[in-house]
Design a protein. Structure first.
Lengths: 218, 369
């Protein structure tokens, strides 16, 4: 059975994971949506054409997407120290988590934005919308269900990544699972952590699906 | 539709008169040596070349032509959704190629557009869709409410403001499209196959709405359609495009009454009845005997009126049968053909004033078969 000490530890770990994931997810949205809008609108036939910059940014995004998270985690250590002032703990983990989630989410949001019917953009132009009006009133609202679905996928994969960050001293559920489950062969703790992760992911997926359904019901 | 027409009358009377008088003079489009070439990785496509054309204020102007003839390309240069490669487009005398972004936005508020697939924003309600042109123009909130309600009233959709477009029928969606296009009080309305996705009955009601709008608000309407009946019903003048060039243009009754270009003839073919098949089988080119009946085709292209009394008189007592008839009244003129069988007794002379063209197309032994 679990000691009360272990229950406290698990509680703290759950909280750490939720904190890591939500702050990083917030950053991923704040940075990822503008990035996605840029990628979609700056193509040579887009509403803000800047094809060279578009190619450069696209390549950078792909670069980040190509590096496995665990490698990124290590490679970013100097940057993390610069930003968070430390390389261990929850706040330090948020740096690589956001850096990895942002391009991931941006690409998913980009797909949804590209699926917006060009006829709608044209209609907006024909009624005198300026370019920013089009982003605000057409692209983002019309792509919102898809973006919400993409956000769900992003958060779920971040929960997984946060467990990996735990391996390098970030705290959270992954940290507990590795320290007690793996290094001390405490199977119960391992199973409890797995159960919590499953519940967490299910809850995220459920609310995400629900939100998408509501957005689509219009 | 009658409901819409009634609300149309009401709101137009209460709101528009002063504006309409001012608007009447505006709403002209002139194309000068217009050319458009699309360049893509697949190569170049010359969509339009040397188009010279005038669209007058307050008229309903039709653009027809085969698929790929350049109709949409031409229409879309009017609000600069497409930029000409050569030549100029003048709206109310102003070269729109010279407009900066602010000027372009202002132009587009004077030129409304509706689309085949409506292009309504699915994330916004009907009200929000119609309000958007005013919102982005920075119109005050209560003014927006007033004008959106008025526009929805105009198209017969009062009370539907809170609905999302996905819950509307095609005809209702197009009405929202029209309301959205009209809410900025444009001088020109562009319609790219606006009724192509609608059933015949809804098409008629939308056309009626467009004509009412044209007459009450003095709006210039430029429309593309594949349905010749649409042109016949509501257009004043029509241009026929063929491979990016003007094949012919003119008053609808002229073009439909006497199509000169093969492209026009091909487009109008579906409207023609042609020679009834049983008759065609028995028709011979030359007279074989005195009992033969002459089959006469009278073509009406707008100047003559089918005068039945005169025709009967001409036939004398010989008998004159109507084999097939197809006369449309277009812009107050009789356009079409009559096919008559003249009873036995030699060829009669049909005087020139009887029809625009008279021709004996052959002889039959007996019209009853
Ligand atoms: N954006 C584009 N890029 C490349 N070619 C184009 C583009 N738009 C139109 N074209 C080409 O230009 C020509 C004229 O097209 P347009 O759409 O004006 O024809 P249309 O008369 O409206 O045809 P439809 O009746 O099928 O709508 C066609 O050959 C078409 O393939
Ligand atoms: Mg077209």
């Amino acid at each position: 059975m679990l000691t009360t000490q272990m229950v406290d530890r698990l509680q703290q770990a759950l909280w750490d994971t939720v904190l890591m994931v939500s702050v990083s997810a917030g950053i991923a949205v704040l940075a990822g949506i503008p990035l996605a809008v840029f990628l979609v609108t700056s193509g040579s036939d887009g509403i803000f054409p800047a094809p060279r910059l578009n190619r450069i940014i696209g390549t950078v995004v792909n670069g980040f997407r190509a590096v496995p998270f665990i490698v990124l985690l290590v490679a970013l250590i100097p940057f993390t120290r610069l930003v968070a002032g430390t390389t261990i703990g929850v706040w330090a983990a948020i740096v690589p988590l956001s850096v990895s989630a942002t391009p991931f989410f941006a690409r998913i949001a980009e797909v949804s934005l590209r699926e917006v019917d060009p006829g709608l953009v044209e209609a907006a132009q024909s009624i005198g919308c300026r370019r920013w009006d089009i982003v605000r009133h057409v692209l983002l609202p019309e792509a919102l269900p898809g973006i919400a679905g993409g956000f769900t996928i992003t958060v779920v994969s971040m929960i997984g990544a946060s467990a990996m960050a735990g391996a390098v001293g970030a705290g959270g559920l992954g940290d507990v699972a590795i320290r007690y489950g793996y290094q001390r062969f405490d199977t119960t703790v391992m199973l409890v952590v797995i159960a919590i992760l499953i519940l967490l992911v299910s809850a995220v997926q459920f609310s995400g699906d629900h939100a998408v359904r509501r957005l689509k019901a219009r | 539709m009658t409901g819409a027409a009634a609300t149309l009358a009401r709101s137009a009377v209460t709101e528009i008169p002063a504006a309409a008088a001012a608007i009447r003079k505006a709403g002209t489009v002139r194309f000068e040596g217009l050319g458009k070439t699309y360049r893509s990785s697949a190569g170049e496509v010359q969509a339009l070349s040397s188009i010279d054309l005038d669209i007058r204020a307050g008229e309903i102007f039709g653009i027809i032509g085969r698929s790929g003839a350049g109709k949409s390309s031409l229409l879309r240069t009017i609000n600069r959704l497409e930029r000409p490669t050569t030549g100029r487009v003048l709206v109310d005398g102003e070269d729109i190629a010279l407009l900066d972004e602010a000027g372009l936005v202002a132009l587009r508020r004077r030129v409304g557009m509706i689309f085949q697939h409506f292009n309504l924003l699915s994330a916004k309600t009907v009200y929000e869709n119609v309000a958007l042109p005013l919102r982005v123009a920075g119109v005050a909130r209560d003014e927006i409410t007033r004008r959106v309600d008025q526009a929805l009233d105009l198209v017969g959709l009062a009370g539907k403001g809170g609905t999302y477009p996905s819950r509307l029928s095609g005809g209702q969606k197009q009405r929202v499209g029209i309301a959205r296009a009209l809410v900025s009080r444009p001088e020109i309305l562009l319609c790219d196959e606006a009724t192509s996705a609608l059933d015949p009955e809804t098409t008629v009601s939308i056309l009626r709405l467009l004509r009412d709008i044209n007459q009450r608000l003095g709006l210039t309407i430029v429309l593309i359609t594949h349905e010749m009946s649409v042109i016949r019903e509501i257009c004043d003048r029509v241009v026929v495009l063929e491979r990016g060039e003007i094949a012919e243009q003119g008053e609808v009754w002229q073009v439909f009454g006497a199509p000169r270009h093969p492209a026009t003839q091909a487009l109008l073919q579906p409207l023609q009845h042609g020679l009834p098949e049983d008759l065609a089988d028995r028709l011979h080119e030359t007279r074989r005997g005195p009992e033969d009946q002459a089959v006469v085709e009278l073509t009406f292209a707008g100047s003559a009126v089918p005068d039945l009394a005169q025709l009967t008189e001409l036939a004398g007592g010989r008998g004159l049968r109507l084999l097939s008839s197809q006369i449309d009244r277009i812009q107050g003129r009789a356009i079409g053909k009559l096919l008559l069988a003249l009873g036995p007794g030699g060829d009669a002379e049909f005087p020139a004033h009887l029809a625009d063209r008279t021709r004996i197309i052959g002889y039959v032994d007996d019209t009853d078969g």
